[in-house]
Design a protein around this ligand. Structure first.
Ligand SMILES: *[C@@H]1O[C@H](CO)[C@@H](O)[C@H](O)[C@H]1NC(C)=O
Length: 358
């Protein structure tokens, strides 16, 4: 009798356990068995996990309201209310639910051995872009990666460290700032030196050298995220009676086409290279054009402040205006997506691109 009586309890607690596991393991991004050893991130504010906290720059976000939906409500320096796309990839690969910043003193090689972020908000492919706000240029991000490799070899032994790097997925998200913070913003002389087409070719050349350099350092699985519709960022719309700036979107599409051609060429010529472009442009534009089918209400304004120009410190200054429910917004601040948008985008890019690295 006792056995019979406990059966339903046991069954329902098993069900409860399964349900909790499903919830814990993030419903939107299916968990897959890891043959990926680590997630290694380079780029800009779309994926910076807090490296800029260690850099004397105004481009930072380690204060409220940033991070209010991150575990513990911590403002880590991610430009988001919660996690960014690379955190979701890491989780989907069966690794940690977030990727720590290399310059964050709270983490060490035990953590970095399965995931590390070298990205710096405000950075670009062009070193001049990183110069605008004195952030970490891509070349310095690669120097940090060299340093990381040496420390990884000390931590795991040389052979094991090499294997970790060879089976790691490299996620790169960079290029938007070269246009919106540099070329189109007229903050450097690039707009005088280049037509937009020539500048795009210049950036693709830099991206190519960067990929070849990573390959030389042992990287094999690289996902390079293309540019989104940067003319539809609230900060750009705010300057043109809320319409997207088509000139910027056209530059993004052209960059993406050239990036694809370059990445395909490299993949075909470097033995063992699995380089892929994560095509985000059309998917993201689809969300902006049809927000309700993804459960969003607001697409033209960010959640924080007025939603039209604030990011970083100004977001904090106007915190009283921050929206109550970021899940209804595609954008968290005037430039960066909300955690919920990041999660949907990450799931799409996992399905279409990053899952191929398994
Ligand atoms: C990703 O793939 C899963 C499983 O096939 C599917 O349920 C989900 O809708 C896809 N998500 C996106 C955003 O493509």
């Amino acid at each position: 009798m006792a056995g019979v009586a406990t059966m339903p309890v046991a069954a329902s607690s098993t069900r409860f356990l399964l349900l909790s596991l499903l919830l814990l393991s993030s419903p939107a991004v299916a968990v897959v068995r890891a043959r990926v050893t680590a997630l290694i991130v380079f780029g800009d504010s779309t994926v910076d996990a807090g490296n800029n906290n260690a850099v004397p720059t105004a481009v930072r976000s380690n204060f409220p309201p940033y991070g209010r939906d991150f575990p513990g409500g911590r403002a880590t320096g991610r430009f988001c209310n919660g996690r960014v796309a690379t955190d979701f990839y890491s989780e989907a690969f069966g690794l940690r639910p977030f990727v720590p910043a290399y310059l964050d003193p709270a983490y060490g090689m035990r953590d970095f051995a399965v995931g590390v972020c070298f990205a710096s908000a405000g950075s670009g492919l062009d070193a001049a872009t990183a110069g605008v706000f004195s952030v970490i240029p891509l070349s310095k991000q690669v120097d940090y990666f060299r340093d990381y490799k040496a420390r990884l070899a000390e931590h795991l032994g040389a052979a094991e460290a090499r294997a970790v790097v060879a089976d790691a997925v490299f996620a790169i998200s960079i290029g938007t700032n070269d246009f919106i913070e540099n070329y189109f913003a007229l903050t450097t002389a690039r707009f005088l030196e280049f037509t937009v087409g020539d500048y795009t070719d210049f950036l693709i050349g830099l991206a190519r050298s960067f990929l070849v350099e990573l390959y030389g350092l042992g990287a094999r699985k690289i996902g390079f995220t293309g540019l989104g519709a940067m003319g539809c960022l609230p900060i750009e719309r705010g300057r043109r009676v809320m319409l997207c700036i088509e000139e910027y979107n056209a530059a993004a599409r052209s960059f993406n086409a050239k990036l694809r051609a370059m990445v395909d060429e490299l993949t075909g010529s470097l033995p063992g290279a699995q380089f892929r472009v994560a095509e985000v442009y059309d998917f993201f534009t689809g969300i902006l054009q049809n927000p309700s089918s993804y459960g969003f209400v607001k697409v033209a304004r960010g959640c924080c402040g007025t939603g039209l120009y604030e990011m970083g410190y100004t977001c904090s200054e106007w915190d009283a205006l921050t929206c109550a429910d970021a899940n209804r917004y595609v954008f968290w601040d005037a430039v960066h997506p909300t955690e919920r948008a990041n999660k949907i985008i990450a799931e799409y890019l996992m399905n279409t691109t990053f899952s191929h690295f398994l």
